[in-house]
Design a protein around this ligand. Structure first.
Ligand code: SAM
Length: 226
């Protein structure tokens, strides 16, 4: 898979895409990251990527030309995703779907956002990472990349398997414990130390159900609607 990112801050991605699962997946050849500096697609002395808005409100808007040129230079940008609070919420299903693409291109906005004509001409999908406003699309792009890359076959070792994570089967994951068995007066549930695998599995299912009912009943409602 190839992931292109159009941004005015390519350096923002250096460490996050070199470390941990996104970094290991790149080293293993599962994914290629291509950072495109939008300022390389400007043609004025100040390398300008923003301008005042039509309509007179406060704030700057990202100019269309650098995006159009950068997207044309990519020749085939694949599935183009714009990160914006106006997009549909990023969910597990979104990550699963995007992980099946050969190439995706992520557009990172700044200021008041990206000129709407970029969206009209190029964008297949607008995605939000939540109902709050960030200063830029870069952290949102990193969230999306991490969620997608960890689903690529081979990206996770067995011990990290995505299949026991929250949302994989439509519910939250059960709580997890490690050594020591006692810590500052708090123990580990006896069943987890019993060696009875069937009982452990029943405990996990029950705790996953309880957590989902208590915290995210909407997930269970969606299941019922399916
Ligand atoms: N004026 C925009 C609005 O109210 O919808 C917000 C612009 S925000 C200050 C600047 C950029 O950050 C956006 O263009 C987008 O790329 C990114 N951004 C902010 N919040 C986001 C979110 N919740 N999800 C995804 N991207 C976000």
């Amino acid at each position: 898979m190839r992931i292109n990112v159009l941004t005015i801050f390519p350096g923002y991605f250096d460490d996050p895409l070199s470390l941990s699962i996104p970094g290991r997946a790149r080293e293993a050849g599962l994914v290629e990251y291509r950072l495109v500096d939008l300022r390389d697609h400007t043609h004025d002395r100040h390398r300008t990527t923003d301008d005042g808005p039509f309509g007179g409100k406060a704030g700057m808007v990202m100019k269309p030309e650098p995006f159009f040129e950068a997207l044309r230079v990519l020749s085939d940008p694949g599935h183009v995703v714009s990160l914006t609070p106006r997009g549909r919420p990023l969910e597990h299903a979104t990550a699963v779907r995007l992980a099946l693409e050969d190439e995706i291109t992520l557009l990172c906005g700044r200021y008041k956002g990206i000129d709407e004509r970029v969206t009209e001409e190029w964008v297949d999908e607008e995605v939000s990472i939540g109902d709050y406003v960030l200063s830029g699309g870069e952290p949102a792009a990193l969230v999306l990349i991490d969620a997608v890359v960890r689903l690529l076959p081979g990206a996770l070792g067995d011990h990290e398997s995505a299949s026991s994570d929250s949302f994989y089967d439509g519910r939250l994951a059960p709580p997890a414990y490690t050594r020591p068995a006692e810590h500052e007066g708090r123990g580990v549930p006896d069943v987890l130390r019993s060696g009875d695998h069937a009982a452990i599995e029943r405990w996990r299912q029950r705790r996953a159900d309880e957590a989902t009912h208590a915290r995210r009943p909407d997930l269970l409602d969606l299941d019922a609607a399916d």
